[in-house]
Design a protein around this ligand. Structure first.
Ligand SMILES: C[S@@+](CC[C@H](N)C(=O)[O-])C[C@H]1O[C@@H](n2cnc3c(N)ncnc32)[C@H](O)[C@@H]1O
Length: 239
């Protein structure tokens, strides 16, 4: 995936996603699981700020952080959030979080962490655990795959190709031609695991457990065969 891919798509992103029902379900699923007591929230891979805008409207929210590597996505998010004083912006990679330990009540993320390499995913889980306060929660929606594999495994490539075809078909039927074309244009990145690096929910659970998280819950988001899941993980208080 070209380094500037997200910059280059930022102007069209909201329009492409406008009719994407799975994205709406994922955002709702994350919001429904965000504790009402959360006052400080970090959104990793926040993009144009659709999820952050919804979180900002909730009572009790004091500090929200938009976090993403794309400067042009930041421009779009700033336009959307239009002077919202609770929101701060930070450019960066989700596997390296430049915040003090114990900063946030909640960390959220949607459709972003599959861009990390598998090694970065493990580092990201450790970083999220570090920046959460005790009793903090990580709520994460993303696309996953049925089993781990690499592009040199023809069986894995076949499975991913079949999954991508289902996604493209879903987008064309229930979304828009533009959404389907975006999915199709990204097929090489998924099949070569370059920038679109699917993992299983079990892989993520392992990363989260190794990082110290407990009480990990996994919920399927429709359409179930597309492997969209929401994972919730808790940082319990010290004994
Ligand atoms: C599909 S968009 C999702 C945006 C938003 N979360 C939403 O729900 O609409 C993926 C976002 O992940 C961001 N991203 C890509 N690589 C990332 C990384 N290493 N760390 C954090 N965010 C990343 C991209 O810049 C982009 O804004």
């Amino acid at each position: 995936m070209p380094k500037d891919f997200w910059d280059s798509i930022s102007a069209r992103y909201d329009r492409i996603m406008e009719n994407d029902s799975q994205m709406k379900l994922l955002h709702k699923g994350i919001l429904d699981r965000l504790p009402l007591s959360a006052q400080t929230v970090l959104d990793l891979g926040a993009g144009t700020g659709v999820l952050l805008e919804k979180i900002a409207r909730r009572k009790g929210i004091q500090r929200l952080v938009w976090f993403d590597p794309s400067k042009k996505m930041r421009i779009k998010a700033r336009q959307r959030l239009n002077g919202e004083k609770k929101v701060e912006y930070m450019i960066g990679n989700a596997s390296r979080l430049k915040f003090k330990s114990g900063t946030f009540d909640a960390v959220v993320s949607n459709f972003a962490l599959h861009h990390l390499t598998h090694g970065e995913k493990a580092a990201c889980a450790r970083e999220i655990w570090r920046v959460l306060k005790e009793n903090g929660v990580f709520i994460f929606g993303d696309q996953h795959c049925r089993r781990m594999g690499t592009p040199d495994d023809p069986v894995w490539v076949g499975e991913i190709f079949s999954l991508l075809c289902k996604k493209a078909d879903f987008y064309l039927t229930y979304g828009s031609l533009e959404r389907m074309l975006l999915q199709v244009s990204l097929m090489p990145e998924f099949l070569l695991a370059k920038g679109e690096i699917l993992a299983t929910v079990e892989y993520w659970s392992g990363c989260l457990k190794s990082a110290g998280f407990e009480g990990i819950e996994i919920a399927a988001v429709k359409p179930v065969p597309l492997y969209n899941r929401i994972i919730v993980a808790h940082k319990r208080s010290a004994p």
